[in-house]
Ligand binder design. Structure first.
Ligand code: CTP
Length: 396
């Protein structure tokens, strides 16, 4: 429940993407947000107020002259009690009205009278989006402090392909969560490795490990939510890239090493969460090994570069954070890795507590000592780790 206690006014304007707003209400509610829907007249041509009332558990506001508020000032009361106004979908017309400060319906009046932040998720035909008038309006909204979510590119309801699609409901929820997260790493460049590596034996076989990538992805998401610019160098995993994170897919430790080394000097923080294979196959075959070509094939191993240790040894390099997944003697092994690799912070966990699952039990080891974190979902631990890093780097 990452939006627990947050009060969000969801404005829905006229556009086919209004149907996605129904799912958005459900997902915001699932994260603990209290959602109050306000619709424009145009929106009611696409989805009914009943749908939103049923999903939000609250009557929907449509009309400037709505008499339900005792003081007849819905436009004031609704925005005063909100932490955020989110308009999704935001039509070209609605954005234009906001730019000019029009107050010709309830939602526009509320936006004009607001004392809370405004996030808008534009949705329109690609020509409407590209039109200089819309682009001027978007630039003006940004200058006025409005946060623009998307739009995405892709196939549109009208059959055309281009920019103007509303972000998916899940993506908008991610943006809302990010909006509320404390910005402890604003402007910092954070480079993260995650997942396993795959060391080829032949074109179809290889050596890998059971790392799911979930902890690394959670750390990337938390860093981005904290305001950092995040690049995630990811081994093969079945996870979607966190919203707003630049992901680079790699397979082997050597690939991961190369992608990290070209970016490390520019990074402020490097977090090695990946379970990098310590060894690779020296005699990997170009063609698939066949069983009946005589004997058991010998596999020769050579050591992979230690990415974390190499980044930590860079003069003027980033603040380095390691991970240690152990099956026993957590403190002893984690501390010795921290010293050996010469890094200021390492997060340790026992494999039986976290590998592959959604929850984990992390212990942070740094110069100041040992900091056990309460067992929690990886998303929560990732946020605590990011806060600890921000504290140690003096970013916060
Ligand atoms: N790491 C790395 N490059 C490697 C190996 C590890 O960047 N070639 C990083 C991991 O991302 C993690 C930390 O180093 O942050 C783990 O340290 P390491 O001692 O290599 O862990 P293990 O491989 O688990 O060591 P061991 O097998 O000795 O327990």
């Amino acid at each position: 429940m990452e939006l627990s206690g947050k009060r969000i006014v969801l404005g829905v304007t006229g556009g086919i993407a209004a149907y996605k707003a129904a799912e958005l209400v459900r997902l915001l509610g699932k994260q603990g947000a209290e959602v109050q829907v306000a619709m424009t007249e145009g929106a009611t041509h696409f989805v009914t107020a009943t749908t939103f009332q049923a999903l939000s558990g609250r009557p929907v506001y449509l009309d400037q002259w709505d008499a339900r508020m005792p003081n007849a000032m819905a436009h004031i009361d609704l925005s005063r009690s909100a932490d955020l106004i989110l308009v999704a979908p935001a039509s070209a017309d609605f954005l234009a009205r906001v730019v000019h400060g029009l107050a010709d319906d309830l939602l526009a009046t509320m936006v004009l009278a607001r004392d809370c932040p405004l996030l808008v998720a534009p949705a329109m035909n690609r020509q409407m989006w590209e039109n200089p008038a819309t682009q001027r309006n978007i630039a003006q909204l940004q200058a006025d402090g409005v946060q623009i979510l998307g739009p995405a590119c892709g196939e549109q309801a009208c059959g055309e392909v281009g920019a103007g699609r509303m972000l998916e409901a899940e993506e908008i929820v991610e943006e809302a969560i990010a909006f509320f997260a404390p910005k402890v790493l604003t402007g910092k460049k954070v480079l993260i490795t995650a997942g396993p590596t795959f060391e080829a034996i032949d074109p179809v076989r290889g050596i890998t490990n059971l790392s799911s990538g979930r902890m690394g992805y959670a750390v990337a998401r938390a860093a981005r939510q904290a305001g950092a610019q995040v690049t995630l160098i990811s081994g093969p995993v079945g996870l979607a890239a966190p919203q707003g994170v630049d992901r680079v897919n790699v397979r082997s430790a050597l690939d991961m090493h190369a992608e990290v080394m070209v970016r490390a000097a520019a990074a402020d923080v490097f977090i090695g969460v990946a379970a990098v294979a310590d060894y690779r196959v020296a005699n990997a075959a170009d063609h698939k090994l066949k069983k009946d070509t005589g004997g058991i094939p010998p596999i020769e191993l050579v050591e992979n570069p230690d990415i974390l240790a190499e980044v930590a040894a860079m003069a003027g390099g980033p603040f380095c954070v390691g991970f240690a997944a152990e099956s026993r003697n957590l403190e002893e092994y984690a501390q010795s890795k921290r010293r050996k690799k010469n890094i200021p912070l390492i997060a340790g966990n026992l494999i039986q507590d976290g590998f592959g699952g959604d929850d984990n039990r992390l212990v942070l080891f740094d110069e100041a000592g040992v900091h056990p974190l309460t067992p929690a979902p990886k998303s929560v631990l990732a946020r605590q780790l990011i806060e600890h890093i921000a504290h140690l780097t003096g970013s916060h």
